[in-house]
Ligand binder design. Structure first.
Ligand code: ADP
Length: 185
């Protein structure tokens, strides 16, 4: 395996937890440090790569399987890959980890925000619809979310500005020695 220094940061958490917001701050910072940064955002992926998939367990697993596979290819190519996807099932996340780790590190970031707080933020107006039953199979309300048991990074966003959450992620990557561009083979 030729190590081009690629890795994947995998943000998991409820809808509205802050995955995209944090990734969007971390990404430019990683670019400033010389990384080739790629993003795989669940909402975006569902408009093309996973277009047509729904929210049954089977479709959610297929979606995460696809994202995991693409993340593994990006990692192989040396990209610093930021995945933001609810990815509610532990086993499916573990499978994505396995695919990525063939080529580089997988850093799971649990963006830990309670259902109550996500519903209070209700950025996309989805929680109101989930509580009224207009949207079925909504993660954390009417569908499962299996929290990570030992994520590499655990961020409790409540009462914390997004910039601070992003800094915690960058620090964790630094501590793992992943941001040393000149150290690449
Ligand atoms: P997700 O990608 O997890 O669905 P979003 O990033 O789209 O969530 O939305 C998260 C919302 O929470 C944003 O409006 C963001 O400003 C807010 N927020 C508040 N505190 C934080 C934090 N510490 N980290 C990330 N987002 C936060």
């Amino acid at each position: 395996m030729s190590d081009r220094g690629g890795f994947t940061v995998w943000f998991t958490g409820l809808s509205g937890a802050g995955k995209t917001t944090i990734a969007d701050i971390v990404g430019p910072e990683l670019e400033r440090r010389g990384g080739l940064v790629e993003y795989l955002d669940g909402d975006v992926v569902r408009t093309h790569l996973s277009k047509g998939l729904g929210f049954s367990k089977a479709d959610r697993d297929t979606n995460i399987e696809r994202i995991g596979w693409v993340a593994s290819r990006f990692t192989r190519a040396g990209a610093w890959t930021l995945v933001s996807a609810i990815s509610p099932y532990r086993e499916t996340r573990a499978h994505a980890r396995g695919m990525v780790e063939e080529f580089g590190p997988f850093v799971e970031v649990f963006v830990d925000t309670s259902v109550d707080e996500c519903a209070r933020r209700d950025v996309k107006g989805l929680y109101a619809k989930a509580f009224s039953g207009e949207i079925k199979e909504f993660t954390g309300v009417s569908d499962p979310y299996e929290a990570p048991e030992s994520p590499e990074v655990h961020i409790r966003t409540e009462g914390m500005p997004p910039e601070e959450s992003a800094q915690a992620v960058v620090r964790a990557l630094e501590e793992r020695g992943l941001l040393r561009v000149d150290a690449r083979a």
